[in-house]
Design a protein around this ligand. Structure first.
Ligand SMILES: Cc1cc2nc3c(=O)[nH]c(=O)nc-3n(C[C@H](O)[C@H](O)[C@H](O)COP(=O)(O)OP(=O)(O)OC[C@H]3O[C@@H](n4cnc5c(N)ncnc54)[C@H](O)[C@@H]3O)c2cc1C
Length: 452
């Protein structure tokens, strides 16, 4: 594993073969021909749990850069290659109230998207399965290899380690334990304990129930209703639904908020449940949404956890990407998109001709400078959106489930909702906030690095 190739400038170990890790591999393969990489995945094969996934225009630009657009358009079955609009509605009243439409999202079945990414990566010999990282060493010299330790007792070496190992990341655990030890050694005891707790995910207060339904099993009316991508908002509950795979399937994500965020979740994080149990939580909600929930077979309940706002994504020659760095609630459909942005930006940095084994830890600082503030803003915005969709924004606390269902709320709530959601989601659509701008910024910063 990881034998040194004389043509490569350094060897990267990607820990975790989720979609974030696969995209990083894909970007390295495309942009960094002189960088060798291996992916270490704890599972025995690539699997994708879950149902559908949304992709915003900002992420679509990366798919175009990676020359994946044609293939992806085929599997979405999108009539318009720019994607579909998404409609925000108030959905906890007997009759839905339309609020605002935002534009152009692409929707996928997760397993299909993953298959396309792994086929495009086409690097079976570089993916090592059943390799669960437990920890890694941090060399003192800038060129000494890092030693990776796996649960099966084996080891491997690399020059750079990237944690794309999800919300319970072992790379984050190792990195923050080392940071904490360092603070302790310098006598910064409070910093040390603050740093140590950053390892633990936080319970968000949201439980979401998700699954796919075969459109052909639905009545004509329900099929028509479900053909519009939409977010049905309501007090303490909301439902996201959209068609995937050319309308063959409908993805349903229904979420319930229970006060208690920040505490420890008492129960399994992911659990199969029944559609009747979920439908009961949505009693009185829009009848079409409830009928769709009832059509789910074995929905999966997810107690949503997030990663605390980390003080860094890097240490020495290690870095975090995706959920390992910034797992967020899914209320902008942005977690995977942020993992893709991380992988794209990081690969562009590692590929740059000025980046070598001796200065790579400085180059990783640029990754941290550019990606951490952006992705943490998205993380924060996703939390705000969750509160918005559940009508829990400041000033709306006293509206009860019954009031909301009976239409007893200030009429300006709907216009405030429209204004807030547009402002919050703007970064995904605004051409001025394109990922290309970030790449230009990174290139400028790398020029400074070359001059050092
Ligand atoms: C209900 C819901 C809906 C969502 N909808 C959207 C959406 O519409 N759009 C969007 O952009 N995002 C969405 N997300 C978020 C998205 O799913 C995640 O942000 C994304 O999958 C993170 O990818 P990742 O590769 O960073 O992590 P993961 O997908 O968690 O992959 C981590 C990989 O690492 C492996 N691994 C773990 N530990 C180790 C170890 N120690 N050693 C080796 N391998 C290891 C795991 O087996 C796994 O393969 C949603 C999330 C949820 C819960």
């Amino acid at each position: 594993m990881s034998s040194v190739n004389s043509a490569s400038k350094f060897r990267v170990a990607i820990i975790g073969g989720g979609m974030g890790g696969l995209v990083l591999g894909l970007c390295l393969k495309k942009y960094a021909l002189d960088v060798q990489f291996d992916i270490y995945e704890s599972a025995a094969k690539l699997t994708e749990v879950g149902a559908g996934v949304l992709m915003s225009p900002r992420i679509w630009t990366i798919m175009q850069e990676l020359e994946l657009e044609e293939e992806l358009v085929k599997v979405t079955g999108a009539v318009d290659r720019a994607g579909s609009d998404i409609l925000f509605r108030k959905g906890d009243e007997a009759k839905v109230v339309d609020i605002v439409k935002l534009h152009q999202l692409h929707t996928f079945q997760r397993s299909v998207l993953q298959q396309i990414l792994s086929e495009k990566l086409d690097a079976k010999d570089r993916i090592h399965f059943s390799k669960r990282l437990t920890s890694y060493s941090e060399p003192t010299s800038p060129t000494e290899p890092i030693i990776l330790h796996f649960k099966d007792g084996t080891t491997a070496t690399c020059d750079i380690v990237i944690g794309s190992d999800g919300i319970r990341s072992s790379v984050r655990r190792t990195m923050f334990a080392k940071l904490s030890d360092e603070s302790e050694r310098h006598g910064h005891i409070e910093d040390a304990s603050r740093t140590r707790v950053m390892v633990e995910p936080i319970w968000s207060g949201h439980v979401t129930y998700r699954g796919l339904i075969l459109a052909s099993e639905l009545s004509e009316d329900l099929r028509r209703f479900a053909s519009t991508p939409q977010i049905l908002c309501g007090k303490d509950r909301h439902v996201v639904l959209y068609p995937v795979s050319g309308g063959e399937l409908v993805n349903i994500v229904s979420s319930v908020y229970t006060p208690g965020s920040g505490t420890v979740y008492d129960g399994p994080w992911v659990e199969t449940t029944t559609s009747d149990k979920v439908a009961k939580l949505f009693e009185g909600f829009n009848p079409n949404a409830v009928a769709l929930i009832k059509s789910l077979r074995e929905p999966l309940g997810w107690a949503l956890h997030t990663v605390p706002k980390l003080t860094t994504y890097i240490k020495g020659r290690s870095a975090l990407i995706g959920d390992a760095a910034h797992a967020m609630v899914p209320y902008q459909g942005a977690g995977l998109g942020q993992a893709i942005e991380d992988g794209f930006v990081l690969a562009k940095i590692l590929a740059h001709s000025s980046v070598t084994l001796t200065n790579v830890s400085e180059a990783l600082r640029i990754y941290d400078d550019v990606r951490r503030p952006f992705s943490q803003n998205v993380q924060q915005g996703s939390e705000w959106n969750g509160m918005l969709y559940q009508l829990r924004r400041a000033g709306w606390e006293d509206i009860s489930v019954e009031d909301s269902a009976a239409g007893r709320y200030p009429p300006e709530l709907l216009s405030a909702f429209e204004k807030d959601v547009k402002a919050q989601m703007e970064w995904q659509y605004d051409p001025g906030a394109s990922i290309k701008g970030d790449i230009a910024k990174v290139s400028g910063m790398l020029e400074t690095l070359s001059a050092q």
